[in-house]
Design a protein around this ligand. Structure first.
Ligand SMILES: N[C@@H](CCC(=O)N[C@@H](CS)C(=O)NCC(=O)O)C(=O)O
Length: 204
């Protein structure tokens, strides 16, 4: 199977980090799609991903999945161990709760800030809006402080062990650096948690 991926883009990277945590990175062929070169908007790629987004997973028989979380769920079902999406009903709910919170209350507002400010994004976000950027920055920073407070009393985001919630949070921290914002250097508990992730082999 083939994963269409973009290096340093948060949604594809959460899938490749998920695969790495499963120990299955080598089981999937990876093809890089350059968002900066707008390769994701080519007609040939739109045939794979109708909304022109990365990642996309194409199985041997041609069936296709897009949406990073859907692809991770497919991998979890294919390779159940190590469990990353929850071993029982409560874990499944708790991991999903934190993953969704990070996605909706950190990554999405951060993306609004980044896309509406960074010159690299100008061709993709037309027109850029300073007002949207300011709203996004404020919301992402507010939520990062809530995550820091959560990590004061938790070694991991959910379920007491490394899960998808940690992967999504790690991606959020890394993505934030494109705006020169490094929340893990400003926020004590987030910083300690990130150091633990690095001990588990996370890089970047
Ligand atoms: N909900 C989708 C979002 C995918 C997405 O937005 N991917 C970004 C890269 S992180 C993309 O393809 N952007 C292209 C663009 O904005 O034109 C998912 O989770 O996979």
């Amino acid at each position: 199977m083939k994963l269409y991926h973009s290096h340093r883009a948060p949604n594809p990277e959460r899938v490749s980090f998920f695969l790495r945590a499963k120990g299955k990175l080598d089981a999937v062929e990876i093809e890089e799609i350059s968002i900066m070169k707008q390769e994701h908007r080519a007609d040939s790629y739109r045939e794979i991903s109708p909304f022109a987004q990365v990642p996309a997973l194409v199985l041997e028989d041609g069936r296709t999945l897009t949406e990073s979380q859907a692809i991770c769920q497919y991998f979890e079902a294919l390779w159940p161990e190590p469990n990353l999406l929850g071993a029982d009903a409560f874990e499944k709910g708790e991991i999903e709760m934190w993953s969704r919170r990070i996605e909706l209350m950190w990554i999405m507002p951060f993306a609004m800030w980044f896309r509406n400010t960074h010159e690299m994004m100008a061709p993709l976000e037309v027109p850029q809006s300073a007002e949207q950027a300011a709203k996004g920055e404020k919301a992402a920073k507010w939520f990062a402080s809530k995550v820091d407070a959560h990590l004061e009393s938790h070694d991991f985001m959910a379920a007491g062990r490394l899960t998808n919630a940690d992967i999504v949070t790690y991606i959020a921290c890394g993505f934030s650096a494109v705006m020169g914002w490094k929340p893990h250097t400003e926020l004590e508990h987030l910083g300690a948690w990130r150091a633990r992730m690095k001990q588990q082999g996370f890089a970047g």
